[in-house]
Design a protein around this ligand. Sequence first.
Ligand code: ADP
Ligand code: MN
Length: 169
Amino acid sequence: MNRKPNIMITGTPGTGKSTLGRELADRTGLKYINVGELAKENNFFDGFDQDLVCPVIDEDRVIDEMEEDMNDGGVVVDYHGCDFFPKRWFDLVIVLRTDNTKLYERLEKRGYKGKKLRENIECEIFGTLLEEAQEAYDRQIVQEVKNDTPDDMEDNLTKIQNWLEQRIC
Ligand code: ADP
Ligand code: MN
């Protein structure tokens, strides 16, 4: 496969996917796709998740919309879910992890409360997104990284850039 590498950035809401994803794209020249925003712009929704208190994206239409970019390669994808994408799309899957107390503060600041706040904290405690990534992709391309502080983010950016340079993924 000769396309440029594609990177999935996943993790519980609030773990820092968009901050990291945008910065990575800025530094590397890769294209950044925020799947939630793409769905919103195109109205690719097909329901509402009462538990997570958020709209459910229409996965097939999202995939169709992304297909051409993903085949070209060189894309950073940001979403709190990764198992519905074609496996062949990704060369590296980064799972961001954040300390519960810090995550709680970030989500509260974002205006999450009640059930929505609780469900997201639980999602992080259970490692739901890590498990999803490990089940959907080859173990060696799934990398779990701590993203508690700005220093952690710098380390993560360096790590990802090193992976990209060496193409060990
Ligand atoms: P996500 O896209 O995963 O929901 P965001 O990138 O929107 O997360 O980040 C959520 C909040 O956490 C934002 O206020 C952001 O500034 C902050 N944040 C993100 N990454 C870090 C980090 N490594 N250290 C400290 N704060 C961070
Ligand atoms: Mn985001």
